[in-house]
Structures are given as structure tokens and as C-alpha cells.
Design a protein around this ligand. Structure first.
Ligand SMILES: [Zn+2]
Ligand SMILES: [Zn+2]
Length: 200
């Protein structure tokens, strides 16, 4: 997570209003009974009221730098992604860092969560597999039970896996028998040859 920090000393006033800091360290001024964040005021001066569901982001990640060029309107989810280190390619989110190995990886390297949200897990596929293998090594009985349950609950996938395993086994057998036939033939010829030698 990219950290937002106040790097410069705050000016005391904005538009004649005394500047205070919100709980999450955003410079604010009093407005009515509540507070208004200064960077939001600066953005709204140019664009009108901030639409609901959106945040105003500091491009340089400095909460005190509220100059207009440093501000950007982002949806709340895009804003979270920017701070989590996601990267865009050709205007589309394409890469994000894994929370375990911290590698910046293409989104295809993350498993999709179940459900309609199309969210991906925070750890990459490789890390998730690693975690699962380590867990199974420590809990062999539970792992075997889990595997049995999975096969019971996913009959179609289970059958596909078993078919694939059988096909592989059959394939191996065929190769072995071919080799065996060739070996047997060669042996037969050899034996035949020695036998005739003996006869002569
Ligand atoms: Zn931000
Ligand atoms: Zn990882």
C-alpha cells in the first residue's frame, strides 16, 4: 500500500478559514457543523460538486499538495486500486502486486473469486498454490478428506480429471506394450538363431 504522508508544513489558512486536520490527516476547514476537505474544495471550484461514489486523489500521494493539477477524480474502487499499486495498460487495469510475494503481476496470474463481482484474490496463483501445498503437508488427513469432498461436490470436473488420468495411464501402457512387442520379437529371433546354431 502506497503511503500518503504530509510532507510539507500546512499553511494556517485556506481562503481565510483556519485549517485543521481530519482523523485520516486530510487538511480540512470547518463548514456548517462539519468539515470539508481542502483538496475537494479546490477540485469542486473547477468542476462543481464531486459526484457520489467518487474520490479526489492526490497524484503525488501527498495529502497536503492540493494544487488543482495534482488532483484527480477517481471512482472509489479505482482509487483503492491506485493506492494498492495497481497498474493500467492502454487504459485498462492490467497488473497488480501480490500481497504475499509483492511481485507486480498480470491480473491473469490471480484466481477469480467466486460470484458475479469478477474480483481477483490478493495473493497470486503461485502463492496460493504454495500455501495450499504447505497446508496439505501439515494436515494430510484433512487434505485427503477435503479432496474426497471436492470430488463428491464436483462430479463433472472429477470425472474429467479421472478420464484424463486414465487416458494417460492407457497411453503409457500402449507405449510399454509396443516396446515389449519389439523386444519380444527381437528376443524370439535371437533365440531362434541360437537354437538353429545349436542344431547345426
Ligand atoms: Zn489517493
Ligand atoms: Zn505471490
Amino acid at each position: 500500500m502506497k503511503d500518503i504522508r504530509n510532507t510539507k508544513p500546512l499553511p494556517a489558512r485556506f481562503n481565510g478559514h483556519k485549517i485543521t486536520q481530519s482523523k485520516d490527516q486530510y487538511p480540512c476547514i470547518a463548514e456548517g457543523k462539519g468539515h470539508k476537505m481542502v483538496h475537494v474544495l479546490v477540485w469542486e471550484r473547477e468542476h462543481g460538486p464531486k459526484p457520489p461514489g467518487y474520490d479526489i486523489h492526490h497524484k503525488d500521494f501527498d495529502k497536503t499538495n492540493w494544487v488543482h493539477d495534482n488532483l484527480e477524480l477517481l471512482t472509489k474502487s479505482d482509487h483503492k486500486r491506485v493506492h494498492a499499486g495497481w497498474i493500467k495498460t492502454k487504459g485498462e487495469w492490467s497488473h497488480k502486486p501480490c500481497t504475499k510475494c509483492h511481485e507486480l503481476l498480470p491480473l491473469s496470474n490471480f484466481y477469480l473469486k467466486k460470484g458475479p463481482t469478477k474480483c481477483t484474490y490478493s495473493k497470486c496463483k503461485q502463492c496460493q498454490i504454495q500455501i495450499r501445498i504447505e497446508w496439505a503437508r501439515k494436515n494430510p488427513e484433512l487434505a485427503a478428506e477435503k479432496q474426497r469432498d471436492w470430488h463428491k461436490n464436483n462430479p463433472e470436473k472429477s470425472r474429467a480429471i479421472k478420464d484424463r488420468q486414465n487416458a494417460r495411464r492407457k497411453g503409457k501402457k500402449r507405449i510399454r506394450t509396443d516396446k515389449r512387442i519389439i523386444w519380444e520379437r527381437a528376443n524370439y529371433q535371437k533365440r531362434k538363431a541360437t537354437r538353429t546354431d545349436m542344431r547345426d
